[in-house]
Design a protein around this ligand. Sequence first.
Ligand code: ZN
Length: 273
Amino acid sequence: MRRSVVVMLATAALGTVLVAGAQKQKAKSSSDYGLAGIPGGKTRVVDLSYAINDKLPAWPGDARTFEAKVNATPEKDGYFTRSFWMLEHYGTHMDAPAHFPGGKETLDQLPVQHLFGPAVVIDVREEAARDADYRLTAVRVEKWEALHGRVPSGAIVVLRTGWSARWPDQSSYRNMDAQGVMHFPGYSVPAARLLMSRGAVGLGIDTLSIDYGPSKEFEVHRVDLPAGLYNLENLAHTDQLPEAGAFLIAAPIKLEGGSGGAVRVFAILPQPR
Ligand SMILES: [Zn+2]
């Protein structure tokens, strides 16, 4: 009897704590991304990664991209397993700083804090529709800031060019001319430098490369990777993101010594107020 009273009191006290906790959480909802609302569907998550198979648009020259082999089947072995081989830079992937000279961290060495950050989505679909060789300018970044405030420190930038509408058609995605030069939009060095000065930790894009198609020197890679940033390339479904307010999780395969690798990117959308 006495024990059940204690339990009742404890339960009541816990209830008070939970109610207080809920009220506290409500009060800070504008800065809260509502992770707890994900399982029940209250908070929306967008998957920004493409599924991996052997038919994805690949960087020219990479004849072999992905291979999967069945090793065991339920019929023969009682369970199902495969082995696979793939390029580090294929499909939706992350470039580690070590991908270019001067860059230090390999994929497994990136600070985990950098894999989480507010999304800065810069929409250049109009510009890219007019000019396939469009490069994001610093002025365009400043225009984003005039609308949404300063790019926050720790931001993961997503350049939305509209190129994902061409996925998975390799020919139109690469958009190669008769001379074998590709044409798709990217970042410019001044824009990358401005974003870096704001404290961005990653530069993402919905094309094959953060450097525009005709680039031979990979100028932007040579600027941001040595500074410790990473790149996200071939991002999917960026059309579902608001220009500001989403929160990104970029979780790469933890490949020891990797120059890059497959990455699962999730965007957690802001909750309606
Ligand atoms: Zn890459």
